[in-house]
Design a protein. Structure first.
Length: 409
């Protein structure tokens, strides 16, 4: 049986990548530093995944799996040295901590004359392939660095499947249980593979791949976050409650339309499939069975308001191509007021904005300075309206008047 190493045994690792690779006939080894997760994987060698919609809950079991102790450098590197392919889903901030083990595994492969290795990188970061490659390169001896480009494929992927955090009651006695939506397609960068591509019907190789990376971040992630930030203003607990509100859905759709227009121009593609994708996203957000919370989707605004991340990155792409982006500004303004309990990152942003003003916050967290004076001014006006208790429909009316006054379309 072929072997697939999944670095990261979290919700995406177990609920998406590990599942589709197991179903494709691979024995899947999960690398993680959580001893409870690794112990249970090695004891049971299987775990349940619930595929849920608002109308249906289907349980399936993922077989032929095992755990690998992420703290055991020798064990991890040996598994990577002997696998057929691998993936990472550890979070962008954790990549620097796994790079050494990955490099050691690659070095062993090169010493043994093994076939090329493909690493499918399942992280929310534009340029994640180059980022991880340079981290790994830094741990390789000089004689192996020159071989890295030819013998290792650093393959970007676009993770579209929604896999929310699971509550204790939903585990039903199975600590490894994961709840997922039916969507299970994994677009991957076709041009990045070296040697054989992993055999899996759920992989969708596409080139050039930049469109899929941008679509995930600037449409899916952007609209998901916008929905949660506006929902928080209403006091909603779940995303499906927020998207059920006409005004929230309207803002999300208009923001998606802005981003779709910019993506079509940036990548010189037909816009209609992007609008179809927008409709599909808004429908998927209504899935009550996922129980995806506003707090989870919106958390860590320091990262999510980053200059190249979902909201500000989408805004900047729109500005680059002369596309209206005032509805994306609504999401950014609402994010500055977002601070659920336990979310220290978002509390910092909210407190800093209250103390120093929107202009200072946009400069500090979003790198939006003089070149974005107009956008910052609009965000500040919307922020003030929300802070003063004005409703989402009131802000929509204000933005429409702003667009008409500015003669923008």
């Amino acid at each position: 049986m072929k072997k697939f190493v999944m670095y990261g045994a979290g919700n995406i690792g177990r609920g998406f990548i590990g599942k589709i690779m197991s179903e494709a006939g691979y024995k899947v080894g999960f690398v993680d530093i959580n001893p409870a997760v690794i112990g249970e994987l090695n004891t049971k060698r299987r775990y349940p995944v619930n595929i849920v919609t608002s109308e249906e809950n289907k349980e399936v079991w993922v077989e032929n799996v095992y755990g690998i102790d992420g703290k055991n450098e020798e064990e991890v590197s040996e598994e990577i040295a002997s696998c057929d392919a691998m993936a990472s889903a550890v979070g962008v901030n954790v990549l620097k901590f796994i790079a050494k083990n990955v490099a050691l595994g690659i070095q062993k492969r090169m010493e043994r004359g093994a076939k090329p290795l493909n690493i499918i990188i399942c992280e929310n970061l534009i340029g994640a392939d180059a980022f991880l490659k340079e981290l790994v390169r830094g741990y390789l001896p000089e004689e192996y660095k020159a071989r890295l480009d030819k013998e290792v494929g650093f393959v970007e992927a676009s993770i579209g499947r929604m896999v929310p955090a699971i509550t204790e009651d939903k585990k039903q006695g199975e600590n490894l249980r994961v709840y997922v939506e039916p969507y299970n397609i994994l677009p991957v960068d076709k041009d990045a593979f070296r040697g054989e591509m992993p055999e899996c019907k759920n992989l969708y190789p596409f080139a050039p791949f930049n469109l899929f990376i941008q679509r995930k971040l600037f449409m899916h992630n952007m609209s998901h976050a916008t929905t949660s930030y506006l929902g928080a203003l209403y006091g909603d607990e779940y995303v499906y409650q927020s998207i059920a509100r006409f005004d929230v859905k309207y803002v999300a759709y208009r923001a998606l339309s802005e981003s779709a227009n910019a993506l079509a121009k940036e990548n010189q593609v037909d816009i209609l499939p992007l609008f179809d994708h927008a409709d599909n996203l808004l429908y998927r957000f209504t899935n009550t069975a996922l129980g995806d919370t506003v707090a989870r989707v919106g958390k860590d605004t320091i990262r999510k308001l980053g200059e190249n991340d979902r909201l500000v990155g989408a805004l900047k792409l729109c500005k680059k191509h002369g596309v209206e982006h005032s509805y994306i500004c609504i999401g950014i303004a609402a994010a500055l007021l977002f601070a659920p309990e336990g979310d220290e990152s978002s509390k910092e942003v909210k407190a800093y904005t209250e103390e120093n003003g929107v202009k200072a916050a946009c400069a500090k967290y979003m790198n939006m300075a003089e070149d974005f004076a107009e956008e910052v001014s609009l965000i500040a006006e919307i922020y003030a309206k929300f802070k003063n208790g004005e409703s989402v429909p009131s802000v929509i009316s204000f933005v429409e008047k702003y667009n008409n006054k500015s003669m923008k379309v």
